[in-house]
Design a protein around this ligand. Sequence first.
Ligand code: LLP
Length: 420
Amino acid sequence: MHYFEYKDNELCCEEVPVRKIAESVGTPFYLYSYRTLARHFSVFDKAFGEFPHIVCFSVKANSNLAVLSLFASMGGGADIVSCGELFRALKAGMDPKKIVFSGVGKTEEEIQWALKEGILIFNIESEEELRKIDSVAGRMKTKAAVALRVNPDVDPKTHPYIATGLKKSKFGIAFEKAYQQYQEARSLQHIEILGVDCHIGSQLTEVSPFVDALKKLKELVLRLRKEGIDIRYLDLGGGLGITYDEEKPPDPAEYAQALIEEMKDLHCTLILEPGRVIVGNAGVLVTRVLYNKDGDGRHFVIVDAGMNDLIRPSLYGAFQEIVPVRCKEKEKKVVTDVVGPICESGDFLAKDRALPELKAGELLAVMSAGAYGFAMSSNYNSRRRVAEVLVRDDRFEVVRARETYEDLIRGESIPEWIKT
Ligand code: LLP
């Protein structure tokens, strides 16, 4: 469900024609719908009703300050994996007591900063990290609240690059070792054990892997409690999928009901770290056709956005729907590769896609680009990162300016001795 639709044959974001925004800000740009963002957050949050829970939006999916501050205003917290994300979450007004810090490689500096800000919990991914956090907290004469991220070894049935809960994955602590690691954590002076955590993968389209993981975590919580280790938070990570093409993921209500059913006698606050399901379909990438070209048996449409702007198709072979901004539904379709200007054969947004004939200057929208779109963009080929625009009803605002050429070389310098 989203608020991008054709009105009078023109694609609009809420009440604003996309063409109008393109005329004002140029292309390419990311475009987000406030109404969709707010609706998705609220539907997700409300699905858990009165059940004690915290929705910690996964900042890596979309880290724009305006987006984060909307979720903060709706009572959301943040799942972060770096101090850059911590910085953003705090700037956006998120309550540190609703921030969870995940990730396999937290540095000492990051641990220190997060402790100083008083975040809710560190999700710990290894024994060495546990000891590091204990020693940093000791030096700061404080205690670090932690959960151990356990690896429940369930198959999320998703793309291998985004499956994280299998035994072979670099993430988390092996389920069999978790119990012993908790014992060890208990013996550390500057560690306060608060929870258990897992995240099994992303773009899951079934509820059962979540329930399987939850069952395992529950078993661990009960065992730990018997030993007098009180667990108050259970963090199930993110991962709920969206429809890019024909996927039929469970809706948040079905997902929430299944989790609540498992959790109901556990007396734990549930932490959720959704990313994609909240922002994915709330954003599009708008790009302009530069040229048409016929190769050997292939038709190419070359557009002004490339893999540096949206890497998902190149990196994961991900499908993202592409639609013309001026509706051409009735026109004859041509099998087309939509490619970018980057010097890489892997630079494509779509392959073998049935699209109407597209002339230079026409606008296209790459749908479902609100998650892992701008957030994964880069300056490859010295391309400036694009603008981000937010629409609310009939108004729009640039919430991140397109980078300038000066931005591209910020911090670079030429040593005097290079010329001698
Ligand atoms: N929590 C943790 C610890 C995570 O690693 C992730 C995502 C999330 C939460 C949020 O997952 P979500 O609800 O968005 O599925 N770049 C890939 C996705 C990578 C996901 C990484 N971790 C893509 O574009 O599909």
